[in-house]
Design a protein. Structure first.
Length: 187
């Protein structure tokens, strides 16, 4: 579990630093250069993910609560919504007129969906930890960025194309889930 905790903390710190201290981010960019900063950030995030995956795979899950089977359909619906929100963060969409931070909101929904289905210690740590991080990150970003400026809605074709791409990616993730997480998705 130590590897996973370290990975989650490293992930959160790397992502929260720019919103907690924009001056510190700018100082790092000034001292190392924009490209070196981006590379360092990317390597930190990849390292955090590696620690999370290794920690997940090496952790012995202990029961914390019993996840009811009856919540599977709700969790699947939440995952569809989460992936639509993830995708919406990548292009102009009407969703951004309703949800200020679609990617982080999608991550919160992803975490909740997984917590509905998984009541073991490593799941609670991973999904709960990342969900809490996403809530805190939204609060910090809102404080840093001030007023929310809503975008103009895009053409419907672009909106529908983005939703279809998000659903295709969800399908790929479902099939790759056993290789990514070591756990198959069951319906």
């Amino acid at each position: 579990m130590t590897l996973m905790i370290t990975g989650i903390l490293l992930w959160a710190l790397a992502h929260m630093m720019p919103s907690l201290s924009p001056a510190l981010k700018q100082k790092a960019i000034t001292s190392m250069g924009a490209n070196a900063y981006k590379i360092t950030f990317a390597l930190t995030v990849v390292g955090a993910l590696a620690l999370i995956v290794l920690g997940w795979r090496s952790a012995v899950p202990m029961p914390v609560y019993v996840a009811p089977e009856s919540l599977k359909l709700l969790a699947i619906a939440l995952m569809v919504l989460a992936f639509l929100l993830f995708g919406a963060s990548m292009y102009p969409t009407r969703i951004k007129r309703v949800v200020r931070h679609p990617q982080l909101t999608g991550l919160i929904i992803w975490a909740v969906a997984h917590l509905l289905l998984n009541g073991d210690s490593r799941s609670v740590l991973l999904f709960g930890g990342l969900g809490v991080w996403a809530v805190l990150e939204i609060m910090l970003l809102n404080r840093r960025d001030g007023d929310w400026i809503k975008i103009d809605p895009p053409a419907w074709f672009r909106e529908i194309r983005g939703a279809i791409i998000s659903l295709v990616i969800l399908t790929v993730v479902i099939y790759a889930h056993p290789y990514i997480a070591g756990v198959p998705v069951s319906y």
